[in-house]
Design a protein around this ligand. Structure first.
Ligand code: HEC
Length: 134
C-alpha cells in the first residue's frame, strides 16, 4: 500500500461499493492509483501496465476518511498471470490492521469487474460525470 500515490482521490457518497462486502449502510470511498495506473485511469482508454495498483479505501464516516474499514485492491501482474481476466490480482485488506484478508484471482471480484472489460476491468464509475456527487 505504501507505493500507492494519492494521485486520484475521489469521494463517492453512498457508492455502490457497499456491495463489496454486503454492506447496506451508506459508505464512502477514496480511490487511489499509483503512477503506472494513473494516466490510464484518467484517460479511460488502453490497458494498464504491469505494476499498476488501484486501491479503494472504504470508510463510513465522511468526516473521518482516515478511519478506513476495508481496502479493495487491484494489482496488475505480469502477462499470463490470469490472461482471461486481464492479469489482475484482487485483494481485500482490513482497514484497521492492514492485514491481507484474501488475495488472488478472486471469482467474486472478477464476476463484477468483467463487465468493465472495455476499460481493462476498471469501473471508473466515480470518474463518470454525474455519478457519485449528491
Ligand atoms: C457487485 C459488483 C462488484 C463486486 C463483486 C466487486 N466490485 Fe469492485 N467495484 C465495483 C464498482 C461498481 C466499483 C466502482 C466504485 C463503487 O461504486 O464502489 C468498483 C470499484 C473497485 C475498485 C476501484 C477501481 C475500479 O475498478 O474502478 C477496486 C480496486 C475494486 N473495485 C476491487 C474489488 C475487489 C478486490 C473485489 C473482490 C473482493 C471487488 N472489487 C468486487 C463493483 C464490484
Amino acid at each position: 500500500m505504501a507505493d500507492s500515490t494519492a494521485a486520484l482521490c475521489v469521494t463517492i457518497p453512498r457508492a455502490r461499493h457497499e456491495i463489496h462486502d454486503g454492506f447496506l449502510e451508506p459508505a464512502y470511498c477514496h480511490v487511489y492509483a499509483n503512477k503506472k495506473a494513473h494516466p490510464v485511469i484518467k484517460a479511460g482508454t488502453g490497458s494498464y501496465p504491469p505494476g499498476s495498483l488501484i486501491v479503494k479505501a472504504k470508510f463510513r464516516d465522511v468526516n473521518a476518511p482516515e478511519r478506513v474499514e476495508l481496502y479493495t485492491v487491484m494489482r496488475k501482474r505480469a502477462v499470463g498471470y490470469d490472461l482471461e481476466n486481464g492479469d489482475w490480482e484482487y485483494s481485500v485488506v482490513d482497514g484497521r490492521t492492514r492485514r491481507v484478508l484474501t488475495r488472488g484471482t478472486i471469482e467474486s471480484c472478477i464476476g463484477c469487474h468483467c463487465e468493465y472489460k472495455s476499460t481493462d476491468y476498471v469501473t471508473r464509475e466515480y470518474l463518470t460525470p454525474g455519478n457519485g456527487e449528491p
